[in-house]
Design a protein around this ligand. Structure first.
Ligand code: CTP
Length: 130
């Protein structure tokens, strides 16, 4: 049984999120998703997500290629989460390229190309202008 793990905020859920999760699942038998907490998101991006952590976790849990979801409360705990869920592969979008290579002794790391031309930040900006 090979377990893949990925992390993210997944706010204002969009096609780029679907694509990375769908592709990640193909690398293993089980896909675990660490969803950044509202407070962690504030510390990373200086704003709270539009959707609450409970709503974001519920949306992710409802996807057929996501097997388990948990709340990611700290970026420094990546290795603890990897060990807890017995993951052997960490997948992130390539906007994070190189940033998680430090977990490599314990877990393989793969950065997949992002879906072009879409992000939560851009969507928020578009909606603000309407
Ligand atoms: N992602 C992707 N393609 C996109 C947008 C996101 O593959 N077009 C991936 C990211 O690389 C990450 C995961 O989806 O692995 C969650 O990303 P997240 O930061 O929540 O989404 P963004 O749309 O990038 O959000 P923001 O604009 O706030 O940074």
């Amino acid at each position: 049984m090979k377990t893949v793990i990925t992390f993210g905020t997944f706010d204002v859920f969009h096609i780029g999120h679907v694509n990375i999760l769908e592709r990640s699942k193909k690398y293993g038998d089980k896909l675990i998703v660490g969803v950044s907490s509202d407070d962690l998101n504030f510390s990373k991006k200086s704003r709270y997500p539009i959707y609450s952590q409970d709503h974001r976790m519920k949306i992710l849990s409802s996807l057929k290629f996501v097997d388990e979801v948990f709340l990611e409360e700290s970026l420094e705990l990546k290795l603890e989460y990897i060990k807890k869920y017995d993951a052997s592969l960490l997948i992130m979008g390539d906007d994070w390229k190189g940033r998680f290579d430090w977990v490599k002794p314990e877990c393989d790391v793969l950065y997949l190309p992002r879906t072009p031309s879409i992000s939560t930040t851009e969507l928020i900006e578009i909606v603000k202008k309407i």
